[in-house]
Structures are given as C-alpha cells and as structure tokens.
Design a protein around this ligand. Structure first.
Ligand code: IMP
Length: 184
C-alpha cells in the first residue's frame, strides 16, 4: 500500500527510489527493542548513538526501551559521497564514565565495518562490562571489520541508500522512509 503515496526523490545530482517503508522500519525497531529489553533487563546499560546517521534510529528505538538507562552520542565520519573513504575520524568522543557498564552502540548502517573498528577501540579503552552493537541496517557483503552487529534490523545487499538518518552529501536524512540509488 505504501508505494502508492511514496515517490522517487532527487538529492543533488542523484535520483533515489523507494526501498524500505516507514511502517516496516518501525515494526523492525520494535522487534530489536523487545530483544534488548529481554537481554539487558536489570543491567546497568548505556546506549551510545553514532552521529549523524543514527539520530532517528536511536530516538525511535529508545522510546521502546523499558528499563532505566543512560543515553549518549559520539560523532565519527568516514563517508565521502556514495562510498567509504576508508579513514575514520573521531569528531566528538564519549564523555560518560562507562567502566563496568554494558554499552550498546546504535548505528544507522554497518557497511565495511571500519567505523565500528574505530569505535570499539575508543570504547574498549574505558573498560565497559560488555560492548555490543545494534544497527538498523547491515551490508554483510561489504563487511570486512572485526565486530559484527549483534542486533540487526535489515540485512541489505551492497547498494547506496538514503533517508531515515542516512545522507547523500549531507542531505536526505529527514525522511520517514528509506530510498535506494536508482540505476541510470
Ligand atoms: P562503515 O565504516 O563502512 O561500516 O560505514 C559506516 C558509515 O558509513 C555509516 O554510519 C554511514 O554514515 C555511512 N554509510 C554506509 N553505507 C551507507 C549508505 O548506503 N548510505 C549512506 N551512508 C552510508
């Protein structure tokens, strides 16, 4: 039904077509939250969202977490246009004390996994009780990292997508649905 009102979008020089609807995103996030509620109930947990891309996922997931927890954000950058630069820069670090707490990193998408390598080395340095990742999207065919996400919303092929936090040249983050790059 959603595709009847859900059209292609143009961002700068590229056209994108519908890929994952808002209702599918929300029901998948609910399932991830249910699993985390079961796994982490009674534990001291801090969620760490990775800016900018994970801001929508973090907001919607955390509304469905039913235990007391801490929430923080870090900011890293690696993408240039439609591909990873291969170099990950830390732009904003974690200020919270995470020693002996259970850390759950919230990612919009895990692609090569190089960003997670960098984040794991930043966070493990501060001796958390455990460290896991929840990612809305995961591209297993592109993955070459050391730490795969424990909680995954959608496994997708190697394609470039935008929306729901994900950008193309910093635009396109502010949509409820997710779009894929249209083949020429
Ligand atoms: P990785 O280090 O290659 O795993 O890339 C992680 C980051 O690259 C994500 O947090 C996104 O910001 C960005 N990224 C990866 N794939 C896409 C995509 O298809 N569209 C938009 N951004 C992406």
């Amino acid at each position: 039904m959603w595709f009847q009102t859900y059209c292609n979008v143009r961002i700068k020089d590229k056209e994108f077509e519908p890929y994952i609807s808002s209702s599918d995103i929300q029901s998948t996030i609910q399932k991830i939250a249910d699993q985390i509620n079961t796994d982490y109930s009674g534990k001291s947990v801090i969620f760490v969202g990775v800016l900018n891309g994970a801001f929508m996922f973090a907001g919607d997931l955390l509304k469905n977490i039913d235990f007391n927890c801490e929430i923080s954000f870090i900011k890293v950058a690696s993408y240039e246009g439609t591909s990873s630069s291969g170099k990950v820069h830390e732009l904003i670090g974690l200020v919270n004390d995470i020693k002996d707490k259970h850390v759950i990193i919230l990612e919009d998408i895990v692609d090569t996994g190089l960003t997670l390598n960098k984040i794991f080395s930043m966070i493990n340095h501060d001796e958390p009780a455990s460290l896991e990742v929840a990612s809305l999207l995961y591209k297993p065919e592109a993955f070459q990292g050391k730490h795969s996400p424990k909680y995954v919303g959608f496994e997708i092929p190697k394609k470039f997508i935008v929306g729901y936090g994900l950008d193309y040249l910093e635009e396109g983050r502010n949509t409820k649905d997710i779009y894929e790059l249209k083949d020429k």
